[in-house]
Design a protein around this ligand. Structure first.
Ligand code: CA
Length: 148
């Protein structure tokens, strides 16, 4: 399983990368929009999931998502975003993202989001501890429990 993470905040990128690698995923990281898009569209990459920050230097997550969707309508894309108004979320999904995670989020919620847009592998563990981060999970397509 290969995952592309496009995230300019180093601490968040490190947190996500380490957690995913512990779960056995292979993770490539881009710290700006242009690098992210280049990796996403590189034929040799073939990612199973793209995690896309919304606010990025160079090129926004929205622009990247649109550009990826023009080339590949199927690859799962999750937005990582601090923008949480209903309008923002609807707009984000209209660009072709599968779902979004609102920052700050816990690692297990990221894994849950992954399972939501592409079936998790058998025996998938979603119990990673994440220190003191507080988080809230909200699904955008179906009513679900809000957790804190
Ligand atoms: Ca950012």
């Amino acid at each position: 399983m290969r995952i592309l993470l496009v995230e300019d905040e180093m601490a968040i990128a490190r947190f996500i990368t380490e957690g995913l690698e512990e779960e056995g995923f292979s993770v490539d990281v881009a710290h700006n929009g242009k690098d992210g898009l280049r990796l996403a569209l590189d034929d040799s990459s073939m990612y199973d999931l793209i995690l896309l920050d919304w606010m990025l230097p160079g090129m926004s997550g929205i622009e990247i998502c649109r550009a990826i969707r023009r080339e590949d309508p199927r690859i799962p894309i999750l937005f990582l975003t601090a923008r949480d108004t209903v309008d923002d979320v609807v707009f984000g999904l209209e660009t072709g993202a599968n779902d979004y995670l609102r920052k700050p989020f816990a690692f297990e919620e990221l894994l849950a989001g992954y399972g939501y847009c592409c079936e998790p592998p058998k025996g998938f563990v979603m119990s990673l501890q994440c220190g003191t981060l507080s988080w809230m999970w909200r699904r955008t397509r179906s009513p679900g429990p809000e957790r804190r």
